[in-house]
Design a protein around this ligand. Structure first.
Ligand code: BGC
Ligand code: CA
Length: 330
């Protein structure tokens, strides 16, 4: 599918850091679905090219080059390595093609390189704070159940996403800050990197269980896949000895785990809202309209989707909303 373009259709090139990521693949599915819907509504042809970067920045740079060679009108980039954002920005600017980064946030400087560069995402800090507040509420409601050794201190394990990712750094920091700001004393038993990955998180948690046994009172996971990995590792442990587990994303399997009482809570990462914002931005840019009319733009470059805490109490509400408004399970 090479060569120059022959029609006036909208061509969108979407580069994913990897397709093998639960949250990212749901964003991509939603985008696909919304593109078909927009075609029906506008009566114009819209082509969405999606590329899987397979966690390699070199691969993704080739994919970006190919999108530009194919005459894409807008690029959506979920950058593999945040420090490569400047290179991608310069390529897009040289071709005059607007660029929307999403989910993996480049530094401010890179976003400011050109006035047609945008970032669509959600505040990493907010997700951390909301996750910490879930645990703070549990502590206040039933401290005896959570503080199992009765020492007045919360002993916890942190499961971290990829090093250097804004969501790993800030969720790790702000989840704990919400507890200490709430007056809870905490003790970190372990910080384990599991790269957003369920199997890695299961292995790390199994290791922590060997080392700390039931001294672990809470497990904070930077995302739901890792929270589910912790749950996998606890399969042979009687439920009354499980620590309290929290995640972020509210993916479909995590919602099941909340319903089953295995996952105490999660924080909804609005992948559907992010896909919607990217498409609306792309359509506005293509039509030469003011992007600020199409989406809520902050500082001319940023679109922020809100996070929302999810527990058994409001799970049904979230599910109903999702059924009413879109495709798939996200
Ligand atoms: C999500 C993770 C995902 C990561 C990928 C985060 O915002 O919460 O589930 O693995 O983005 O960049
Ligand atoms: Ca304790």
């Amino acid at each position: 599918c090479g060569g120059t373009r022959r029609d006036d259709s909208l061509r969108i090139g979407c580069a994913l850091y990897t397709q093998d990521d639960t949250f990212i693949s749901t964003v991509a599915q939603n985008l696909e679905w919304m593109v078909r819907e927009a075609e029906r509504e506008t009566g114009r042809k819209i082509t969405l090219f999606t590329a899987d970067g397979r966690s390699s920045q070199a691969t993704q740079l080739d994919q970006v080059d190919r999108f530009l060679a194919r005459g894409c009108d807008v690029l959506l980039v979920n950058v593999v390595d945040r420090t490569a954002a400047a290179v991608i920005a310069d390529k897009a600017e040289a071709e005059g093609v607007p660029l929307i980064f999403f989910n993996r946030q480049p530094v401010e400087e890179d976003i400011q390189r050109w006035d047609r560069i945008y970032y669509v995402g959600a505040s990493a800090r907010e997700s951390g704070t909301l996750q910490g507040q879930l645990v703070l509420d549990a502590w206040r409601e039933d401290r005896e159940a959570l503080d199992r050794n009765g020492d007045g201190v919360l002993q916890y394990v942190m499961l971290e996403g990829e090093p250097g990712h804004q969501d790993s750094l800030l969720r790790t920091e702000y989840s704990i800050k919400a507890l200490t700001d709430g007056g809870v004393e905490v003790e970190k038993l372990a910080n384990e990197t599991a790269n957003w990955n369920r199997a890695q998180a299961a292995a790390r948690t199994a290791h922590c269980l060997e080392e700390f046994g039931n001294r672990i009172e809470a497990v904070f996971a930077n995302n739901d896949d890792m929270a589910l990995g912790a749950i996998d590792a606890l399969a042979d442990t009687p439920r009354e000895r499980w620590p309290l587990i929290v995640g972020v994303d509210a993916t479909a399997p995590a919602q099941e785990a909340v319903a089953a009482g295995q996952l105490y809570g999660t924080v909804h990462n609005d992948g559907r809202g992010q896909a919607r914002a990217m498409l609306n931005l792309a359509l506005a840019l293509w039509a030469g309209e003011d992007p600020g009319e199409a989406v809520d733009l902050e500082e001319g470059h940023y679109v922020w989707l809100p996070y929302r805490p999810v527990t058994l109490e409001n799970l049904e509400e979230l599910r109903r909303e999702q059924e009413e408004t879109g495709p798939a399970s996200y």
